[in-house]
Design a protein around this ligand. Sequence first.
Ligand SMILES: [Zn+2]
Length: 135
Amino acid sequence: MVRPDNLEVYVSATTTMTPEVPPTPEPAIDPQLASEQLPNHKVRVKKLHQRSCNLKDEKNKICGGHLKRWFYTADRIEQACGDAEKAWGPDREVYRCEYCKTLYLPNPDENKKNVAGVGMTSIFGLTVPPKEEKK
Ligand SMILES: [Zn+2]
């Protein structure tokens, strides 16, 4: 039996067409990672009443830095970057770890006043009129 080692297929020209994606892209996914990320900042969402940073470093040591309200428009360094203001406007409530500078958005549940819960917002009553494409 001769093994078909000589598999010189037609790969040469179309190297961009590689659909092979590794099944596990990120082994440790951050459950608190915010859906909105800034180009130059890592953004996470605070756990309920979280006061200190719980990011772990490579040695699995928790950062533990205090989360302080971060007024990015008053931050000289941030002004050079500016992506926070660009994405969020001038006065969004944001917190930042004093050590690792990770940004934290407030937990959406933290500001809820009525514990009974917000009533179901009916999506069903919403009818979106079909858009007519104009040509
Ligand atoms: Zn930190």
